[in-house]
Write a protein that binds this ligand. Structure first.
Ligand code: CA2
Length: 148
């Protein structure tokens, strides 16, 4: 069995489904976790799913993924736009990194158009709500398969 795909979620995503459904949809983060699990299972893979409001905790999971994951899907949320430390951690990984966003940051405020995470990501999936995560899992699974 290949190593799991790590799925990491940044600050405030624990509030999914409770606030701003017009931007982020009505699904909760638990709904997102279940859909990622199903999508990974379809490719005979498993996931490790985490969320934190703390930069250091996210960086800890990124470092863990260096040896324990086959790929990493990350919605860095606000830290994508601000965190050089998260980028530095991501750049130590040799596995594929897929950045994903529920909304399409490029169609929103100007400050959302840049993310540090994109500098380390193989690709970015944005704007499809929870489906962004499913497409990111599909991409991760295809890359894992291709490197096996
Ligand atoms: O669209 C995305 O997934 C974002 O990563 C979400 C971030 C935002 O800073 C990025 O530009 C795009 C914000 C996450 C906040 O999550 C909330 C969820 C429910 C209610 C309020 C905030």
């Amino acid at each position: 069995m290949p190593k799991p795909i790590y799925v990491l979620n940044g600050p405030n995503l624990n509030l999914l489904g409770e606030r701003e459904p017009e931007i982020y949809g009505a699904d909760t983060l638990e709904d997102v976790r279940k859909r990622c699990k199903i999508r990974a299972a379809a490719a005979e893979l498993t996931i490790e799913f985490h969320q934190s409001n703390h930069e250091g905790e996210l960086i800890g999971w990124v470092q863990e993924a260096r040896t324990k994951a086959s790929a990493l899907v990350i919605n860095p949320a606000g830290y994508g736009h601000t965190s050089v430390a998260l980028l530095d951690a991501l750049k130590t990984l040799e596995i594929p990194i897929i950045e994903c966003h529920l909304s399409n940051p490029a169609a929103r405020e100007r400050f959302r158009r840049f993310t540090y995470v994109s500098l380390a990501a193989k690709g970015v999936v944005s704007g499809f709500g929870v489906m962004s995560y499913e497409l990111a899992i599909d991409a991760a699974a295809a890359l894992v398969r291709a490197s096996a």
